[in-house]
Every structure is written in structure tokens, then in C-alpha cells.
Design a protein around this ligand. Sequence first.
Ligand SMILES: NC(=O)C1=CN([C@@H]2O[C@H](COP(=O)(O)OP(=O)(O)OC[C@H]3O[C@@H](n4cnc5c(N)ncnc54)[C@H](O)[C@@H]3O)[C@@H](O)[C@H]2O)C=CC1
Ligand SMILES: O=C([O-])CC(=O)C(=O)O
Length: 325
Amino acid sequence: MSRPAKRVTVTGAAGQICYALLFRLAQGDVFGRDQPIILQLLDLPQAQAAVRGVVMELEDCAFPLLQDVVITDDPAVAFRDADAAFLVGSRPRSKGMERADLLLANAEIFKVQGKALNENAKRDAKVIVVGNPANTNAGILSAFAPDFPKANVTAMVRLDHNRALSLLAAKAGVPVSTVEKMIIWGNHSPTMLADWRYATSGGQSLSAMVNDEAWYRETFIPKVGQRGAAIIEARGASSAASAANAAIDHMHDWVQGSNGGWVSMAIPSDGSYGIPEGIIAGVPVICADGEYQRVTGLEIDAFSAEKIAVTVNELQSEISAALGK
Ligand SMILES: NC(=O)C1=CN([C@@H]2O[C@H](COP(=O)(O)OP(=O)(O)OC[C@H]3O[C@@H](n4cnc5c(N)ncnc54)[C@H](O)[C@@H]3O)[C@@H](O)[C@H]2O)C=CC1
Ligand SMILES: O=C([O-])CC(=O)C(=O)O
């Protein structure tokens, strides 16, 4: 007998990222090839026709696991009984808009969606925020969902993690599939720290293999941090397929486990690693049995501590600006 379907909320459904994400969700790439799903798609009223077009394409794939699709501009409908939620839709920066205005505009969106999550989703729903500024939006969402478990609201730094894996594998001349124990600390912004100190390939330390601290500090870290901007420059649009892929990886591992491997997720801090409690910041985790566990007890050297402080300070000032403080 087939399992009951999982209800998956996806916001920003008419956008670029969702044009890749929805098809992979319907294919079973997150919940498994034996798990039916119902997609609950939210977008703005003016984007409803475009969402209907995407849904026509989903129908034309005849995905066996896709049991139903709900299209709505009402957050309460989109979050109803949700088992998982991908919050992709957000307000892009328009001409002449200051960063503070952008933060405020997004805070409004995530306040409304926080309330809808609080009132409608299952209490064990897993939430990933992708829409930028992702960590801060997740913080606002969680603040406006007081009855929803804080631990289940996460933000995406997995794209940065995957970028770091590829860049380091290429530098060391090892297959990307062999690279383990990469870490992204902090905010999904150029201030993040891509930390290679624990990374290994086939059990060998990659920092020892590459043996070039100047490359690490002056090329690797900035390149991972600025990869999003480099893609916008080259493509004339922000990363979409790779962002969807990272969202799939994040939720897949959370639901199905990371097989003992370290992955980076932005989760509410427990106060460790110099990150104040409650701040939603990238840290290394291991996922098993539908839960993530922070990797604990890692040594933080002076260089890393300084970098983590910068990205955490940025996050704190973003949250204050988003709350209009
Ligand atoms: N965390 C990460 O690593 C990454 C985050 N992003 C961010 O993801 C977001 C989406 O990117 P794209 O799909 O390329 O953008 P897009 O502009 O193509 O699509 C955004 C969609 O969100 C919708 N939307 C806007 N406000 C909404 C609301 N209140 N409720 C529901 N839907 C709403 C828009 O109508 C549009 O269909 C952007 O904020 C982008 O910066 C992009 C790449 C990586
Ligand atoms: O900068 C952007 O808007 C897109 C983004 O987050 C990324 O590619 O990392």
C-alpha cells in the first residue's frame, strides 16, 4: 500500500529557482522514490498565471509521486498541514532601494508567512528559507511563529557548502565526491567563512595537501563568498538550478540522513562557537533519523574566531534593521 502523501509548501513558485526545484521534488529527490507528495504552491496574485503554466508542465511530466498540486496566493492555504516548506519567494532589490529597505520589505513578507506557518503547519514540519537575506528572513519567520518549534526553522548555506567542496576538490586535484568535513559558518552573504581546516579527502587533510594558507585566506574564502555575485555577473541572473539543487540536498539530508557526513545548515545557535543563542547561522551538522545534530567541540583558532565574529555581527545588525530597531 502506498504511504500517505507529504504536503510540501513551496513559496515563490513562479520564480527561477522553483522552475528547477519543483520538478526534482516531484521526482522524489527529497522524500524518496516511494513517497507521494502534494505540492502547495504560493506566489503573489500577479504571478498566479505563471504558476499555472509551471503546473501544466508538472502535469506533462506525469510524475507518479505527484498526487496533487494546490496553487494559491493565500499563505494560510499554502501552509495548511504542511510536512515541509521551502521558502524561496522574497522581494528582490529594485533600483534605488537601500539594503535597509530591502530588509524591511522582506521582514513584512516573512512576518505574514511566520504567522501562517504558526497557525497552519504540522508541528514537526521542516522549514528551509532560501529567499534572501535567507538567515535573517528565517529569524523573522521564527519570531512570528511562536508556537512552532524554533529548531525546525533553518536557512540555506548548502549552496556555499557545495561551492566550497567543488573549489577545494579542483585545487587539490581530488574527486569532489571524496571531500568531507567542509564547514560554512555564519550568514549566507560574502562575510561567511568557508572553513577548510577539518576537510579531508580519503582521510587525508586537504589543508595539508594543498599547503597554501595564502590561497585559503585570499582566494578560497572570498571566492566562495562572492560566487553568487560572479554568477549574476556572468549569467545576468542569480543562480537558480544550483540553488534548487542545494535546497534539495539540505532537505534530503535532514529527512533521510547524511550518512555520518558533515553538512552545513543555518540553524538556531545554542550559544556555542561564539554565536549568540538563537541567531540562525551556518554551522556543521550531521543528520540522522530526521534530526540534525550540531558538530560540537571543534577548536576555533584566532583567524576563524575573527571571521565568525564579523559574519555574526552582520547577522545581528540585519535582524535589527529588519525589525526596524
Ligand atoms: N540562500 C541561497 O543560497 C540563495 C538564495 N537565493 C534567493 O532566492 C530567492 C528567489 O530567487 P529566484 O527564484 O531566482 O527569484 P525570482 O525573482 O525568479 O522568483 C521569486 C518569486 O517569488 C515570488 N514572491 C515574491 N514575494 C512573494 C511573497 N510574498 N509570497 C510568495 N511569493 C513571492 C515572486 O513573485 C517570484 O515568482 C531570491 O531572494 C534569491 O536572492 C538565490 C540563490 C541562492
Ligand atoms: O546573490 C544572490 O542573489 C544569489 C545568491 O544568494 C547566491 O547565488 O548565492
